[in-house]
Design a protein around this ligand. Structure first.
Ligand code: UD1
Ligand code: UDP
Length: 362
């Protein structure tokens, strides 16, 4: 490397703090000038601040404090704020993560100024245009100069769209984060004791995809399925889902009476411990499908499809959608034996990413 790079990381939503943490750590350890910009897409302390504290991420250099809104409004405000900063500061690279509105806004702002963009977690496809993430990831991949893929499937998806230049299969930085923080989680988290949970004898559920939460019938069906299950269900509730449940008049006490424990969103360390010791994870989260796999916990995915097809092929993830009988049957019958084959790289994705950025500029 000839000179330290000026690198901007743009993040805004919960999973992005986790994905970025290992890369930020490597950038800092190699002496690059790194600035973190928070769009403000997520802003509650338990959706943002807790991750900065637990994962030792430096405080944001700038926070655009964009907040919540419709997709166009939110993305436009991020785009305007980011453009101003990129024009002033002219970074060598803008690093974007995943597939949120923050990802798209940063990629668009950068590509239009011809600031090089690197997309971490590139090439994922659900082929489901009902998902806002699918729009964001397709557009971001087509803006990016360098694309870091977590899986071989992602590399192939990009090739099928004609993107072959600047594509690197590096593994998944969420695996790096999990390796870096599992020990700390086991040492520090008291969540199992706090919730009086017995390892292996509870289910862990999260739900936040708009197609599951924004139709009261669908969300009601998912809750009824949770209620019908024999084991206790621990349910950290995303703020989107909380708002919908409140609007539907769902009483936490009524759910508690059938064994479903609604709790506030938890921090990363607590979540790792909850995932590791659950008998099964039930989720529509992308990140949690991967973490369940890496922690050897079977996963039932509450979606019609998944981007993480390797976890299904390996037999550790079952895609069931939101149909209550299908959820109940899957949780009761799905058992996995043996060891999950290694997916998601060797835990050194962040180092490989920084190596590529250094070579590309240096
Ligand atoms: C966003 C991402 C999604 C990602 C998820 C991770 C997009 C289009 N979606 O979805 O890909 O999986 O983050 O969690 O970028 N809210 C709060 N407090 C907060 C944040 C949100 O109350 O700190 C509430 C607001 O009512 C808001 C709603 O949650 O309207 C949805 O937030 P938003 O960021 O728009 O989408 P997510 O569902 O969080
Ligand atoms: N997560 C967390 N606390 C929670 C729910 C999720 O720390 O209450 C973590 C989880 O371990 C994973 C990431 O957040 O690392 C997943 O984020 P989310 O499900 O919000 O988004 P997605 O991965 O679906 O984009």
């Amino acid at each position: 490397m000839n000179r330290p790079l000026k690198i901007f990381t743009v993040v805004g939503a919960r999973p992005q703090f986790i994905k970025a943490a290992p890369v930020v750590r490597v950038l800092q350890s190699r002496g690059h000038r790194h600035l973190l910009i928070h769009t403000g897409q997520h802003y509650d302390a338990n959706m943002s601040q807790v991750f900065f504290e637990e994962l030792d991420i430096p405080l944001p250099h700038r926070n655009l404090e964009v907040g919540s809104g419709t997709h166009g409004w939110q993305t436009a405000h991020m785009l305007m704020g980011l453009e101003r900063i990129f024009l002033q500061e002219r970074p060598d690279w803008v690093l974007v993560y995943g597939d949120t509105n923050s990802t798209l806004a940063a990629a668009l702002a950068a590509v239009k100024l011809r600031v090089p963009v690197a997309h971490v977690e590139a090439g994922l496809r659900s082929f489901n245009r009902d998902m806002p993430e699918e729009h964001n990831r397709v557009l971001t991949d087509h803006c990016a100069d360098v694309l870091f893929c977590p899986t071989e499937t992602a590399v192939n998806n990009l090739a099928a769209e004609g993107i072959r230049q600047g594509v690197y299969w590096v593994g998944d930085t969420m695996f790096d984060a999990l390796l870096a923080f599992s020990q700390k989680a086991r040492a520090q988290s008291t969540i199992l004791r706090d919730l009086a949970l017995t390892p292996g004898h509870y289910l862990l559920a999260t739900v936040h995809r708009p197609y599951n939460t924004d139709s009261p019938e669908t969300l009601q069906g998912i809750l009824e399925a949770f209620c019908a299950l024999e084991e206790p269900v621990v349910f950290p509730v995303h703020p989107r889902t909380r708002a919908r449940l409140d609007a539907m008049g769902v009483e936490p006490e009524a759910l508690a009476a059938c064994g479903v424990r609604m709790i506030e969103p938890v921090g990363y360390l607590d979540m790792l411990l909850l995932e590791e010791h659950a008998r099964m994870v039930l989720t529509d989260s992308g990140g949690m499908q991967k973490e369940a796999y890496l922690l050897r916990t079977p996963c039932v995915t509450l979606r019609p499809e998944t981007e993480w097809v390797e976890t299904v092929e390996a037999g550790w993830n079952r895609v069931v959608g939101a149909d209550p009988p299908a959820i109940i049957q899957a949780v009761r019958e799905f058992r996995v034996e043996g060891d999950p084959p290694p997916l998601f790289g060797d835990g050194r994705a962040a180092e490989k990413i920084v190596d590529v950025l250094e070579e590309a500029v240096g």
